[in-house]
Design a protein around this ligand. Structure first.
Ligand SMILES: [Zn+2]
Length: 97
């Protein structure tokens, strides 16, 4: 589940923190909300390595940096954070297997 902002996002430099590189849908939502900075912990490929071709998660391999490169305003991307990858993937491992 993805967090929903509790107030309007007016400051273009507010930051969203996510466990994984945001999917194309979330990256687009972050962009259209005017959020200017994203920090994620692990690459989407780390989740794909866990899920494989799981029918409930047909991963769209499209890093958020690729999505934001098509934007007309900058979105700064920070991540991954290698020190957190094992902890993050552990949260998903039991769910997807
Ligand atoms: Zn998403």
């Amino acid at each position: 589940m993805h967090p929903i902002p509790q107030r309007p996002l007016r400051d273009p430099w507010e930051m969203v923190n996510t466990f994984l590189d945001p999917c194309a849908m979330c990256a687009g939502t972050i962009y259209w909300a005017g959020i200017g900075r994203v920090l994620y912990g692990a690459e989407e490929t780390a989740l794909l390595a866990l899920t494989g071709d799981h029918p409930e998660n047909p991963t769209l391999a499209l890093p958020c940096r690729t999505v934001y490169a098509s934007g007309q305003r900058p979105t700064e991307v920070l991540g991954p954070v290698p020190a957190l990858q094992d902890e993050i993937t552990a949260l998903h491992r039991d769910f997807w297997q």
